[in-house]
Structures are given as structure tokens and as C-alpha cells.
Write a protein that binds this ligand. Structure first.
Ligand code: TRP
Ligand code: SF4
Length: 405
């Protein structure tokens, strides 16, 4: 029996298949995933259907992009032993949940998602007046709710999608969580926890419902999470009972806002493929070195003898990521007094970047050399994901009366 506790500590995130990743992805997203995989049960997946919603006309790059991206995840240190890695289209249950959720999702909710109009404006060359594109955020909701994820690490641009997911979950629970005899069933479930716990639950429930005491709510959640003897359905009832609603079949997720990465591109702007200022995780060391050696510096330093200002130099931003205080002091002093040259200044950055990339490239080579290893990781992950998806869908089908008794 899976417990709500596992669900609440579950983390899920997805990335569209963009191909090889760069240091911006590493510092912005992957390092965060690396930490999360030790603390929570994590599901990370390639959102290949999401790629189709905008790139349906030229999908041929999707398979390669998917493969290269998963290799980079593994290279960065995502451990398939602790995190489940899968590909969205290999878990077709996502499509079924998307369909079922579409039945209860008001059109206006989707039309109002900011990315809907924004992206249509931005990607003018594509015709995004499609059914699939409108449904993009709801497909994302299905991705999240399928795993009953408690936390969804996303960037700022995706927070609205997690908010929509919360609304859809609430609506779903509201419509389908009201079973006949709910109160009696909840009371019965409560008694199954034993006298002491039932009393504790009552007290916490009262404190929450009468005084809006959030602390009581979290203690009650913890209490329910700790119960090994009650069924999933009973736990869902008690969760809903606690808050004064019906069964919580699909728990509402929280966005886990990923801090914007401090990693600049080679020109000091945000690192992004579309700006052509990236260092890819698997760029050849010689090319990385060359790119850093030739990257621009403070334009005021025309000659070696001209003093500069680190604040006006993209190299300084790299020092902020890669150097300790001592090196940074050396840069500040040396630059402002023309005591060091720019190449000299770049050397610790070059060393830092190469040292960071080296173990990743080593791991990537191992995966690239053993295609069956990668296949196994993906097959295993998809299978694990499908097991969970299967469970959730059973419940959802049941709640929506799609199962004959
Ligand atoms: N829409 C996300 C993006 O473009 C990718 C994504 C799809 C996702 N489904 C998700 C992210 C579920 C988090 C959770 O980046
Ligand atoms: Fe930039 Fe360093 Fe050159 Fe100063 S010395 S301009 S910080 S590269």
C-alpha cells in the first residue's frame, strides 16, 4: 500500500527534449534535481508530447534530443538508482488522465494561462491555434497528478501551470471525492487508527477547522502519513475530512520555485542556445578553453595597461560561480590596477569549468559507449512510472464511474 506520505514527499519534474544541455541547465536545474533525488522520491521525465504541441511539423529531432538529454542528466549525476527517469510517451496513461481531466476543465482556465497567448505571440511562425497547444498546461497537470507529486521544481515561467494543476485537482476532488456515506466512512477510518490517534485527529481537525490553525493541519498530515494500517482510500477520506471536503484523490502539488541560475553565457547575457553563448556539458575541453579565452571582457580594457572594472565584465560573473573569495579579491585588485591581464584572469575560470565538466564527460562517455545501459535505465524508469500511473488511473477511473462493479 502506497502511503500519502510518499505522495507528499514525491517530486516530479519534466523537461522538453531540447538535446544536449549546457552549463545554464546544469546550474539552473540539474544541480537542484541532484539535491532533491537524495531527499525525496523523484520522477524526472522527458516531455516529448509537450514538444509536439509546438513542434508538430518537424518532430524528427525528438528521438535524438531525448536520448542526448537523458545522457546529460545521467552525466550530471542523476542517479537512476534513486530517481525514476522516464519518457512521457512511453507511459500512455498520461494521455488517458489528460483526457479524463479535460472533461472537467473549463475552457476559460486554459485560455487564461499566460503562456498560451505569450507563446502564440512569440512563435508567430508556427500555427499554434491547435487543440493540443491549448491543452498543453492540462497535459502538464496530468503529468503531475499522475504521480500525486507534492512538489514540482519549476522555473518562474511554469508556476502558472502548477497553479492550474492545483485548481484542476481541487475541482476533481470536489466533484468525485463526494462518495455516498462519506462522513460515516471517514469516522470508521478514524477509528481504525486506534483510540489515541483518533482523539488526536479530532483535536487537530477541530483546531484547523475552527481556528484555521495551519500547524494543526501539518501535524494531522504527519499523523496520517505515519499510519501503516489504513488503506489508501481511508487515508484520502481522512485527508478530506480533516479539511472539511470529500476524499482527496488527487492531492494538490506545490511549485518548488527554482532560483534563477547565476550562470551567465559567454557574453554575459543569460546562457541560452538561442543566443549562441553556451558551453555544452559535452563540449570538447579544447573548445571550452578556446571559448573562454576568446570571450569578451570589459570593453574599456583595450590594452593590457588599461585598468578595468569587473562589474562590466562577463568573466567576473564566471568568477562569482567558480572562484573563492581569495581569487575574487585577486581579480578585483588586479583588474582595477591593470596588475593582471585578462587571459591570466580567465585561467582560474577555465580550470574551474573544466574540472566541473570532467566527471560529467567521463560518465557521458560510458553511457554513449553502452547503448544498452541507457536503454535499460529508460526501460526500467518507464516501467516504474507505469506502475504508479496504473494505480492512479485505477482510482481515477473508479472515481469517475468507469469501472463496472
Ligand atoms: N512544460 C514544462 C517546460 O516546458 C515541461 C513539463 C511538462 C513539466 N510536464 C511537466 C515540468 C510537469 C514540470 C512538471 O519546461
Ligand atoms: Fe574582466 Fe578579468 Fe579582464 Fe578584468 S581582468 S576585464 S575582470 S577578464
Amino acid at each position: 500500500m502506497t502511503s500519502v506520505s510518499a505522495h507528499h514527499s514525491r517530486v516530479l519534474s519534466g523537461m522538453r527534449p531540447t538535446g544536449r544541455l549546457h552549463l545554464g541547465h546544469y546550474h539552473g536545474v540539474l544541480k537542484n534535481w541532484l539535491e532533491l533525488q537524495h531527499e525525496y522520491e523523484c520522477f524526472f521525465f522527458v516531455a516529448d508530447w509537450h514538444a509536439l504541441t509546438t513542434h508538430y511539423e518537424d518532430p524528427s529531432i525528438i528521438p535524438t534530443s531525448t536520448r542526448e538529454m537523458v545522457i546529460d542528466w545521467l552525466a550530471a549525476g542523476i542517479n537512476p538508482g534513486s530517481a525514476t527517469l522516464f519518457i512521457q510517451s512511453r507511459v500512455p496513461e498520461h494521455a488517458e488522465l489528460h483526457l479524463l481531466l479535460s472533461m472537467i476543465t473549463p475552457l476559460g482556465w486554459l485560455e487564461r494561462v499566460p503562456s498560451y497567448k505569450d507563446q502564440q505571440e512569440r512563435l508567430k511562425e508556427r500555427d499554434l491555434a491547435t487543440y493540443g497547444f491549448l491543452g498543453y498546461p492540462l497535459l502538464q497537470s496530468a503529468d503531475i497528478l499522475m504521480y500525486k507529486a507534492g512538489q514540482v521544481p519549476v522555473g518562474e515561467d511554469q508556476v502558472a501551470h502548477v497553479e492550474l494543476t492545483r485548481e484542476v485537482a481541487r475541482r476533481f476532488n470536489h466533484i468525485y471525492g463526494r462518495e455516498p456515506g462519506f462522513e460515516e466512512k471517514a469516522e470508521e477510518a478514524k477509528r481504525k487508527m486506534g483510540k489515541k490517534n483518533a482523539k488526536l485527529f479530532d483535536g487537530l481537525r477541530r483546531r484547523y477547522q475552527e481556528q484555521g490553525d495551519q500547524e494543526a493541519l501539518s501535524v494531522a498530515h504527519a499523523l496520517l502519513e505515519g499510519q501503516a494500517n489504513i488503506t489508501l482510500a481511508d487515508r484520502e477520506r481522512l485527508l478530506g475530512y480533516l479539511e472539511g471536503g470529500g476524499r482527496v484523490i488527487l492531492p494538490e502539488p506545490m511549485p518548488l520555485l527554482t532560483k534563477a541560475s547565476k550562470m551567465p553565457g559567454l557574453d554575459g547575457q543569460k546562457m541560452s542556445k538561442s543566443y549562441g553563448n553556451t558551453i555544452a556539458l559535452r563540449d570538447e575541453p579544447a573548445d571550452v578553453e578556446k571559448a573562454l579565452r576568446t570571450m569578451p571582457t570589459d570593453p574599456a580594457r583595450v590594452r593590457r595597461t588599461d585598468p578595468g572594472d569587473p562589474e562590466k565584465c562577463p568573466v567576473w560573473q564566471f568568477h562569482l560561480v567558480y572562484s573563492n573569495d581569495q581569487v575574487r579579491d585577486w581579480v578585483q585588485q588586479g583588474c582595477r590596477s591593470a596588475g593582471i591581464g585578462c587571459l591570466e584572469c580567465k585561467q582560474p575560470v577555465i580550470d574551474g569549468v573544466l574540472a566541473e565538466l570532467m566527471p560529467m564527460q567521463q560518465r557521458a562517455r560510458e553511457y554513449a559507449a553502452q547503448p544498452e545501459l541507457l536503454r535499460n535505465v529508460i526501460n526500467d524508469g518507464c516501467e516504474r512510472a507505469r506502475d504508479v500511473a496504473h494505480e492512479t488511473l485505477e482510482e481515477v477511473r473508479h472515481a469517475m464511474s468507469l469501472v463496472m462493479s
